[in-house]
Design a protein around this ligand. Structure first.
Ligand code: FE2
Ligand code: FE2
Length: 279
């Protein structure tokens, strides 16, 4: 199966870049399933129903989020209605929405997406390891789900790497979000799980993690309340990772970072045409 995961979609330029490029990416990379983190899609803070609808129409199959999930209050009622929109799984019991969903890939096979939030330098949510363990035990890779994607939304690289090893052999892809900078550690772990500490954001990199650099810099220079941060509006780089999985076992065969457009060094996975499956 061919999967694409896109990192935090940042504001209008991030959204527009994803919407403009995704239909072509789906064709060129022959994608079966696309997931994207969109916790910053609404002007940097949260996501609205209209934006989620736009992303789904552009070819995103599942939207993950993180600490900004509740920034737009209207999302509370929407998340109850649409299982393709996830919030971190380790919010306390009774929180609206869900942190995992079994969704259909292009050919009807089922893909499990899990969204969790780390705890180092972040909100003190419930134990994300325990929550993830429960859902992975219910959906064994290759049996309960043809592929499994885990979005690890966190600040600390150590905690995210620990999640990679925790899932090794049990997920197709464990990929970090939240820090908005793509890391150069895309690899296949010994048990077959593809891993990258941060997918990078889909946004303007001439910025401070996607926000206008002037006001963001001022916040570091003067320890006073300053201007409200707004997303930078230069050309966006669409950032993420492309993963190819084994059809029988669901583990990853390869992972290639994807970076197109904007300021970053470009990276486009090469794919070969697939042979038809013999019955
Ligand atoms: Fe983010
Ligand atoms: Fe975040």
């Amino acid at each position: 199966m061919r999967l694409l995961f896109l990192g935090d979609i940042m504001g209008k330029v991030g959204r527009e870049a994803v919407i403009a490029r995704l239909p072509d990416l789906r064709r060129r990379l022959d994608l079966d399933f696309v997931a994207a983190n969109a916790e910053n899609a609404a002007h940097g803070f949260g996501i609205s129903e209209a934006i989620a609808t736009e992303l789904f129409a552009a070819g995103v199959d599942c939207v993950t989020t993180g600490n900004h999930i509740w920034d737009k209050r209207e999302i509370v009622s929407y998340i109850e209605r649409d299982q393709r929109l996830l919030r971190p799984i380790n919010y306390p019991e009774g929180t609206p929405g869900r942190g995992a969903a079994l969704l259909q890939a292009r050919d009807g096979r089922r893909v499990l997406v899990v969204n969790l939030m780390c705890r180092l330098y972040m909100d003190a949510l419930d134990n994300p390891f325990a929550a993830l363990d429960r859902v992975l035990k219910l959906n064994p890779l290759g049996r309960g789900a043809a592929a499994i994607i885990v979005d690890v939304h966190g600040e600390a690289t150590s905690e995210k790497m620990a999640f990679g090893h925790f899932c090794d052999g049990r997920a197709s892809l464990v990929i970090g979000t939240h820090t908005h900078i793509p890391t150069a550690d895309a690899l296949i772990m010994p048990g077959g799980t593809a891993y990258q500490t941060d997918a990078g954001m889909c946004g303007d990199y001439d910025s401070v993690i996607g926000m206008e650099k002037g006001p963001a810099l001022a916040k570091f220079l003067r320890k006073m309340p300053g201007e409200r941060l707004t997303p930078a509006e230069g050309p966006a780089t669409v950032c993420g990772a492309f993963v190819e999985t084994d059809d029988l076992t669901g583990v990853a065969l390869r992972i290639v970072p994807l970076r197109i457009g904007g300021k970053l060094a470009q990276s486009m996975p090469e794919v070969v045409a697939r042979r038809p499956v013999l019955a």
